[in-house]
Ligand binder design. Structure first.
Ligand SMILES: C[S@@+](CC[C@H](N)C(=O)[O-])C[C@H]1O[C@@H](n2cnc3c(N)ncnc32)[C@H](O)[C@@H]1O
Length: 204
């Protein structure tokens, strides 16, 4: 039983197969409160170009699209299953306003300075070499563009890090330091009960 649960929760890191599809459905609504709060801390204008890294089942892409008229919203995820689900739930806008690609935060397949806003919801825990990934995020952000990390697992010894293989939890202070070292400026830390945190950095 413990093994089945562990396998199920490991789908948070990389959704695969049937269990992965169940997890994606769960995360699309389960992460709504954190995501909606985190997005409320950013300001949006019309015609923005935005990216959600580790887009999972694609609900954040829909939420971003609603906040900016005539926007273009890109999603990238390492998991084939996530990409399929994100494309499915964004079918109407797909390849017109929403573009979903399989790939990793380590090597983003986008031009320099392409995005106004980049989000990462409940995903930085799984990125290998986070300092390198943060530099890659900066590369594809416009000067003055904003990057928002939204997390709810803050403790490296939490129930989640013990159950999800390959998961590293970072405190908001650690993330602030890493963003600073990657060259982000005007870094803001926001928190909300139960354990939500949003860390926003501006590209210099
Ligand atoms: C816990 S889920 C969160 C999904 C979505 N952001 C949400 O809030 O529902 C983490 C996602 O990050 C993706 N992921 C893990 N490592 C990644 C990487 N190196 N690059 C891009 N995506 C990654 C996983 O495949 C998974 O879909």
């Amino acid at each position: 039983m413990a093994n089945i649960l562990k396998t199920f929760f490991t789908n948070c890191a990389h959704p695969r197969g049937r269990m992965g599809r169940v997890m994606l459905r769960f995360m699309n609504f389960g992460h709504a409160p954190l995501t909606n709060w985190g997005l409320s801390l950013l300001s949006f204008q019309d015609q923005m170009t935005m990216l959600d890294i580790g887009c999972g089942g694609g609900a954040t892409l829909q939420r971003l699209l609603k906040r900016s008229k005539d926007a273009k919203v890109y999603g990238i995820d390492i998991s084939e299953e996530s990409v399929a689900k994100a494309k499915k739930i964004n079918a109407e806008a797909l390849d017109k306003q929403v573009f979903v690609t399989q790939g990793s935060a380590e090597k983003l397949p986008y031009d320099d300075g392409m995005f106004d806003v980049i989000t990462a919801v409940e995903t930085v825990y799984f990125w290998p070499n986070l300092p390198h990934c943060l530099k890659e995020v900066r590369r594809v952000l416009k000067p003055g563009g904003r990057f928002a990390i939204m997390i709810e697992v803050l403790d490296s010894d939490s129930v989640w890090t013990n159950v999800v293989e390959g998961m590293t939890a970072y405190s908001p202070d650690e993330l602030q330091k890493m963003l600073n070292e990657a060259g982000f400026i005007q870094i803001e830390l926001h928190s909300k009960k139960p354990s939500y945190a949003t860390i926003i950095g501006v590209n210099a």
